[in-house]
Design a protein around this ligand. Structure first.
Ligand code: P5A
Length: 451
């Protein structure tokens, strides 16, 4: 992508309304524009990040055996009357009427609608287990939308719903979600700690939130800091193996880690003092097991292996996809700007032409751009007629993992410079070697298919 033909409305001024660093950087880097309180447009750079996060979420959900669908944003109010939540939900729910006077709502979540789909099409235990999920916009009329996309009113969520024959099978689905979420956050460069939580308006007994430590987080958390060293890494997981999946969950939930809603002072006090930590964190996901909370009132029943009609056991599981864009920045930035992990980066690499208009420099940049594209690597080529300093500042602000710098002096010696955004370290090499290196790093990080 040539920057001269792109749409990257970078802001020079630090926006006064933004209170936290991720919000400031998203505005400055031209990623989002606020359209109303808690409602944002995603500009090209931000939209790329959103799609990158979605791609990781999709991959990890499908690896766990979960099936993508797409439900609408608008839902009939009557569906919510069946579960009893239409009145219970309160002013957070945006309610509207169509031209016929029919009551609708903009979905804050989809338990009712997915239960309706299930009951219309599934009648036998033989069709279980089943987990369906989608990535769709939600609306919650939050009392205090703030911090940009972190607490929006309209926001993008991945929400998944499992249908199982009994409690044991549904708890396996719960565990599958926990493990697939751990992998999702790790791939996005985050340490997200599962913490026992309170269920709120979704209902149910078992629930964990996933929290990313950050001093700007809205949740207060109490934890044994040994939990932060746990990593899933590249270990292979058989998502059909109940015991293996449960063992991973046991490992990650063994150290004490709770939000203020479930905090137990006595258990906390038992942690050795050196490991006892209190802090703030961002909630990037939550999983729930709620048994027959929706299937009973809504009649989502199947015939079991003894011929009895039984309500299915369900759970729901959410990832804050748009919130993650902000959370990743909170966790990964420096004084110059964003430092994207490869998986979420809008482009893996930028090309900076130090002397636009110089025949050799222009040709080398064009060549790099084309050679990278041929290998499936999307580069953002800064071909503007700007000073080098301004080009570097833009690249640092938007935080692409690598930068290839091209100038007449280096080219005379057959060299360009490859710089890592996180470490700031540079290495000189031939243009061909730079292409090979970046392509290899992208392949290793699972980043070769262009969006
Ligand atoms: C689980 C999926 C649910 O709604 N029903 C379907 C369940 N859970 S939740 O915890 O309420 O939301 C899931 C995740 O969505 C993100 N989130 C938000 N992101 C941005 N702005 C908001 N106002 C907002 N509210 C929730 C969080 O990451 C949350 O964990």
């Amino acid at each position: 992508m040539r920057l001269s033909r792109y749409f990257l409305p970078v802001l020079k001024e630090i926006p006064a309304e933004a209170q936290i660093v991720s919000h400031r950087l998203m505005l400055r880097a031209g990623m989002i524009r606020q359209q109303a309180a808690g409602i944002y447009s995603w500009l090209p750079l931000g939209y790329r990040v959103l799609r990158r996060i979605e791609a990781v979420v999709h991959e990890e959900q499908q690896r766990a055996g979960h099936i993508p669908v797409l439900m609408p944003t608008l839902q009939p109010a009557d569906l919510w009357r069946e579960s009893g939540r239409y009145d219970a939900y309160g002013p957070e729910m945006l309610r509207l009427r169509d031209r016929h006077g029919r009551e609708l709502l903009y979905g804050p979540t989809n338990e009712e609608m997915i239960t309706d789909i299930f009951r219309a099409h599934v009648a036998s235990y033989r069709d279980l287990p089943l987990t369906l999920y989608h990535i769709q916009w939600k609306f919650r009329d939050e009392t205090r939308p703030r911090f940009g996309v972190m607490r929006g009113r309209e926001f993008l969520m991945k929400d998944g719903y499992n249908f199982d024959i009994d409690r044991a099978a549904a708890l396996h689905a719960y565990n599958r979600h926990m493990v697939s979420y751990l992998r999702t956050y790790e791939r996005l460069g985050l340490t997200a700690i599962p913490m026992r939580a309170a269920s709120g308006p979704i209902g149910g007994d078992d629930t964990h939130e996933f929290l990313v430590l950050a001093h700007t987080g809205e949740s207060e958390v109490f934890y044994d800091d040994r939990v932060t060293a746990l990593r899933l890494g590249a270990r292979a997981i058989d998502f059909d193996d109940r015991a293996a999946v449960a063992a991973v969950c046991a490992e990650f939930t063994a150290p004490y880690a709770r939000t203020d809603e479930t905090h137990d002072a006595a258990l906390f006090a038992a942690i050795p003092e050196a490991h006892r930590k209190v802090g703030k964190a961002i909630e990037v996901g939550q999983i729930f097991y709620f048994g027959t909370r929706y299937s009973e009132p809504m009649g989502a029943v199947v015939v079991n292996d003894r011929g009895d009609r039984v309500p299915v056991h369900m759970g729901s599981h959410g990832i804050g996809v748009s919130r993650l864009a902000g959370a990743i920045i909170e966790a990964s930035h420096d004084e110059r700007g964003i430092v994207w992990p490869l998986a979420a980066a809008p482009f893996p690499v930028g090309i900076v032409n130090l002397r636009q208009g110089d025949g050799a420099a222009d040709a080398a940049c064009e060549g790099l751009h084309a050679a990278l594209a041929a290998k499936g690597v999307e580069a953002l080529y800064d071909d503007r007629d700007e000073r080098a300093g301004a080009k570097f500042a833009t690249m640092d602000l938007i935080g692409l993992p690598w930068r290839i710098t091209v100038g007449p002096r280096g080219l005379a010696a057959g060299r360009v410079e490859l710089t890592s955004r996180p470490s700031g370290e540079s290495e000189e090499m031939t243009p061909a070697a730079a292409v090979e290196r970046v392509a290899a790093l992208c392949a290793a990080g699972g980043r070769l298919a262009p969006l």
